[in-house]
Design a protein around this ligand. Structure first.
Ligand code: PLP
Ligand code: MN
Length: 330
């Protein structure tokens, strides 16, 4: 199939770029140094390529992601890096022989792990961002509660998400060092043999954790492009110009086809004015005609992918494969 036969809007992934991104990250963080986060692509076909590159463990954000990874035969070591109150579906996976570890940051989430039949947990530590995670000085006591409840505590995780987009690399490293000092102090109290953290923005500067939980690097977005990382833009939302005036064009890629939470998307050689439900209005440098195709680059990859049922793998103008976004939903 040719790319211009696709119904728009459609997610397209440039095959050579995604492969280069995966290889660049695997060269920097081989094997168990990387625990790829699947929330960024929600696609087991892509996760399989990451596994083929030598990464055995994966990070997930939802129960659905854990279940789908296990069903795809990728359930050797799944870390749900998120707090969960109803863990029954996870307990069923554990009973079926999959290794599932869940994040805890309270006695309630520890009890939930016990109740649902999950046997392994990781203590989620607040490393400076107002999200989930227990205060570092309380982490050891929570690990004791978990062990007394019969759980195995694998170690600690801490996500320094507030640092991912710090523009200057040296500054990002300094901030990461401070954040990770909190994680290491918690680790000393918690014990276990795993220290997990990091993401695409800090993969090269966070040298304190055992494994990095990066996900966005595979497909990329304009937010991460600004940070100057060695990963190329692999994913686009393909659209078509449905209306054109002398000063601007309208294409069929609106906010129901991409997420704007990190700002407007970009189109090469064009100024994007705004997006509405089903439209993107933009001023191209060179005149476009109704029917022309445009590649819209999202500002935030994860919530964009989650809006689509499939992505098409392309090689230039040829569609070479179709990957279901099979981990979407809950
Ligand atoms: N780890 C956790 C717990 C996250 O929530 C995220 C992203 O939100 C990441 C890691 C890193 O993802 P990214 O590759 O997008 O930086
Ligand atoms: Mn994200």
């Amino acid at each position: 199939m040719r790319i211009d036969e696709l119904q728009t809007p459609a997610l397209i992934v440039e095959q050579s770029v995604v492969r280069a991104n995966l290889d660049a990250m695997s060269a920097a963080l081989p094997g168990d140094r990387l625990r790829p986060h699947v929330k960024a692509h929600k696609c087991t076909s892509l996760a399989r390529l990451q596994a083929d590159n030598g990464h055995r463990g994966f990070t997930c954000a939802t129960i659905r992601e854990v279940e789908t990874m296990a069903a795809a035969g990728l359930g050797e070591d799944l870390l749900l890096a998120n707090e969960v109150l109803d863990t029954r579906r996870l307990g069923r996976l554990v009973d079926a022989g999959h290794r599932v570890t869940v994040a805890v940051d309270s006695t309630e989430t520890v009890q939930a792990a016990v109740d649902g039949g999950v046997r392994e947990v990781i203590v989620d530590v607040n490393v400076g961002m107002p999200r989930c995670g227990i205060a570092p000085e309380k982490a050891g006591a929570l690990a004791d509660v978990a062990r007394r409840a019969g759980l195995t505590v694998r170690g600690v995780m801490g996500y320094e998400g507030h640092l991912m987009l710090v523009g200057d690399e040296a500054e990002r490293r300094e901030h990461a060092e401070r954040a990770m000092a909190l994680l290491l102090s918690a680790s000393a109290d918690v014990g276990g043999d795993l220290i997990s953290g990091g993401g695409t923005g800090t993969y090269a500067v966070n040298t304190w954790v055992d494994e990095i939980q990066a996900g966005s690097y595979a497909l990329m977005d304009t937010a991460y492009q600004q940070v100057g990382l060695p990963f190329g833009q692999a994913l686009f939302v393909l659209g078509r110009v449905i209306s054109a005036s002398s000063d601007w064009c309208v294409a069929d890629v609106g906010i129901k086809a991409l997420s704007l939470d990190h700002g407007n998307p970009a189109i090469d050689d064009a100024a994007v004015w705004f997006c509405s439900d089903e439209h993107i209005t933009f001023a191209p440098e060179h005149r476009l005609a109704v029917g022309d195709h445009v590649r819209v680059i999202p500002a935030h990859i994860d919530p964009t992918v989650a809006l689509h049922e499939r992505m098409y793998l392309v090689d230039g103008d040829d569609v070479v494969d179709e990957w279901p976004v099979d981990m979407r939903g809950w």
